[in-house]
Design a protein around this ligand. Structure first.
Ligand SMILES: *[C@@H]1O[C@H](CO)[C@@H](O)[C@H](O)[C@H]1NC(C)=O
Length: 339
């Protein structure tokens, strides 16, 4: 009798643990009970759909084609304001897309840093934008740009990393520098990043449990915002972009959690070992960092750009993390990349 009660409790406990660890299934776009498909999409060779948005001049008449990669909790409808005049003057075609699991792009449960470059390459080829294109990644989307520099350098005309993501588990950046940078983050975020790196299968549980504080960056901690970032966030709250409601419609796990897991996983390469894709100066690579950015540790991006002198490093005084919401900065970024 006693034994069977203990056994029953044990079974219930296992079921409870299992259920709280297991993320709900994704709500796939365009299938029964899933969100509708409202954007153009291409189909990748593995069957997944990628949703995209084109802007700027017509691609047939463009002088420059730029693929823009959004960051964490964002999508192809992200901000990247550039004046019409500059777009026309330079002849720029922009291609935005939802990264796997975000917006209307299918989830990719085994997505990695590496798979990003190939998603981008296939998107470019399906849309026939030509043998070479520019890539520009913002924040967590920076890992996609490192991926392009590593795996498809021959396809690039130039690259920009805007307030790019830093992994605390890169192997060739001095460990003490990485640990110091990590310790500057709020405690909750440190633990969330560690869970994403060491026990990614626990991340869903970690971010949904209520015993320990786990959400800070993930739920918009103001301590991580510079004064300028706060002004931008206030503006965005007053005038929200309705398209942004679709960012996480397939589930937080497919979009946000898997993005973090991919970024913080062990990489197959270290950014400091990248080779210059433009040894003859046919193109340029840039890192943009806000001096007051409290999300991305400046020292690490400084270190990478010192190790890789072919990367042009730009530090912008007075700016925080949300550089891509400001037209003046976006135009500086584009001009440095193209002109
Ligand atoms: C994602 O962004 C939306 C605003 O677009 C915000 O309401 C939400 O809290 C954010 N979620 C996370 C997990 O960062």
């Amino acid at each position: 009798m006693m034994l069977s009660v203990i056994f029953a409790i044990f079974v219930c406990l296992i079921v409870y643990i299992y259920r709280s660890m297991k993320p709900p299934p994704p709500r796939i776009c365009g299938v029964a009970h899933g969100p509708p498909v409202t954007s153009p999409r291409i189909r990748l060779s593995d069957g997944r759909y990628i949703a995209y948005r084109e802007s700027g001049v017509d691609k047939a008449n463009a002088n420059y084609k730029i693929i823009v990669v959004h960051g964490f909790n964002s999508s192809k409808d992200m901000e990247f304001p550039i004046s019409k005049d500059l777009i026309e003057e330079l002849g720029i075609y922009f291609l935005f897309f939802d990264r796997a699991g975000y917006g209307e792009s299918d989830p990719h449960p085994s997505r990695t840093v590496k798979s990003q470059a190939y998603d981008i390459q296939e998107l470019a080829d399906k849309l026939k934008i030509g043998p070479k294109f520019y890539v520009l990644g913002v924040s967590l989307g920076g890992y996609s740009i490192y991926s392009c520099l590593k795996y498809i350098p021959h396809r690039l005309a130039g690259a920009a990393l805007v307030v790019p993501f830093v992994s605390y588990w890169w192997t060739k950046v001095p460990q003490d520098m990485l640990s110091k940078a990590l310790e500057l983050m709020p405690k909750e975020d440190q633990w969330t990043f560690r869970v994403a790196h060491y026990v990614p299968w626990l991340l869903y549980w970690w971010l949904t449990q209520k015993l320990f504080p786990s959400k800070s960056m993930v739920s918009g901690n103001v301590a991580l915002c510079s004064d300028r970032d706060l002004v931008i966030i206030k503006k965005q709250l007053e005038n929200p972009n309705p398209a942004m409601e679709k960012v996480r419609q397939q589930g937080d796990h497919e979009s946000l959690h898997r993005d973090m897991i991919a970024g913080f996983a062990t990489w197959e390469f270290d950014p400091t070992e990248l080779e210059n894709p433009f040894p003859n100066g046919e193109g340029t690579v840039h890192i943009w960092q806000g001096v007051e950015d409290r999300i991305i540790p400046r020292e690490i991006n400084q270190y990478i750009s010192k190790k890789l002198p072919w990367i042009k490093y730009h530090e912008v005084v007075g700016y925080g993390h949300l550089i891509n919401a400001e037209e003046q900065k976006c135009e500086d970024i584009i001009k440095a990349l193209l002109v």
